[in-house]
Design a binder for this molecule. Sequence first.
Ligand SMILES: [Zn+2]
Length: 133
Amino acid sequence: MFGRIKGGLMKHQIEYVCDKCKKPIPNSKGFLWINLDDIAEYRIELRVWITEGRHGRPPLKPRWKAHHGKCVQVREPIRSVRVESVRDERGLMRVTESLMQKDAAWLSLTDWLDYLRSVAYVGGTEWFNGSPR
Ligand SMILES: [Zn+2]
């Protein structure tokens, strides 16, 4: 398969808004993050829900959050991504590839792929606070 971005630069810039103060996050001032214990817990809840016959609503996927560094005290252990590295589609591809290098399964248990889908089809999502500019 061959595909190439003409001109080299993509025209969309993704803006991230802090989940706490609701203001945009400039480069080097914040990050996207997720707690790894939440993912481990979700994995167990999901297994229970499936083995018990999938009754009722499935457990909720852990969500990536966006924060200014000064607006949050994260609970370790986490995975995090600086906002400046995911400003456009190309950045998102790079980061996704690096997040999946060791183990792709954990990433698919989060809303990361839902976020990628929303960027690809509608330019971002409310609950991730990403939007095209
Ligand atoms: Zn903030």
